[in-house]
Design a protein around this ligand. Structure first.
Ligand SMILES: [Zn+2]
Length: 302
């Protein structure tokens, strides 16, 4: 498979990994193309950006293929409000982000409008994303669920690569005819990443999703795509790293733990990886190290 990144206006980072910088808010979106599956990293700021990303990814992948997995690095509007355009894909986010997106639809909508997203677009997208996240956030066995609703931890909970566990027969109503197969549980599209989640996209292309936060927010996810055949590893950093300006520390940032998150990023990618910031040009490990030290100074931590 040869992907014509440049022809499509994308930046090719390796043969199978590319990214684009979206207009207006300059948010990065990345695409990792396997032989069988494709992962998009962050979905843009509006339903229109999400729709254009979906179409662009389909053109890049070719052959009627589409995005099968969407990773959201953190719950900020410019990274997530395009996500409803990817209905049918598996969604991955740092643990806790789903609860937040489900519970604070209004906060996400208001933040987007404050930054210039059209009122109706923000309301529609925040509502759709909240409903999508709510299904899993309130499920009894979801790692993403708050303690108040998580009654039991279930180590056999399905993952993105495992088939859904059949639902046990409903013995309360007796509605199911004896001998008939139990109805399968609806496969949830939302997969919280508590520690790490590996995705095998086929053709030797793998991606590792890692919960490296908190830092820029309380919930920060990074994506490592190991290189091969002399190609570099690629690390999608979300907004833990910014190149186009000083890293944005809003009211939901956890400044004291941000440098530690960058230490984990550097340990992940090592000295030779390409580091893709949430905003701005691709950087190297030296840049991330310097930004880590500047943040430690700025926030008064070591
Ligand atoms: Zn952000």
């Amino acid at each position: 498979m040869r992907i014509a990144w440049q022809d499509a206006g994308w930046e090719g980072l390796t043969a199978r990994v590319g990214r684009c910088r979206l207009p207006v808010w300059d948010c990065t979106s990345g695409l990792v193309a396997g032989d069988e599956g494709a992962l998009l990293v962050d979905a843009g700021a509006t339903p229109a950006q999400g729709g254009r990303l979906r179409a662009a990814a389909a053109r890049l992948l070719g052959g009627g293929r589409r995005v099968t997995h969407l990773a959201l690095t953190h719950p900020h509007f410019d990274h997530v409000l395009g996500a409803p355009a990817f209905a049918g894909a598996q969604f991955h986010g740092p643990a806790g982000a789903g609860v937040l997106l489900a519970a604070d639809t209004e906060g996400l909508r208001a933040d987007a409008v404050r930054h210039g997203v059209a009122v109706q677009d923000a309301a529609d997208a925040a509502g759709a994303l909240g409903r999508l996240a709510r299904d899993t956030a309130h499920a009894p066995d979801a790692p993403d669920a708050p303690d108040a609703v998580r009654r039991t931890a279930d180590p056999s909970r399905p993952t993105a690569t495992a088939p859904a566990r059949p639902r046990p027969p409903d013995t309360r109503t007796g509605a199911r005819a004896p001998g008939s197969a139990p109805a399968p549980a609806p496969a949830s599209p939302w997969h919280p990443v508590t520690d790490r989640q590996a995705l095998d996209l086929g053709g030797g292309v793998r991606a590792l999703l890692l919960n490296v936060g908190p830092g820029h927010t309380a919930h920060d996810l990074a994506v490592l795509v190991p290189g091969g055949d002399g190609e570099p590893d690629v690390v999608f950093c979300g907004d833990l790293v910014e190149e186009s300006g000083e890293p944005q520390a809003g009211p939901d940032a956890v400044p004291g733990r941000w440098p530690g998150a960058l230490d984990r990023l550097l340990a992940l990618g090592g000295p030779e990886a390409l580091y893709v910031p949430g905003h701005g040009a691709v950087v190297d490990a030296g840049f991330v190290r310097r930004q880590r030290d500047q943040l430690a100074l700025r926030f008064g931590v070591s």
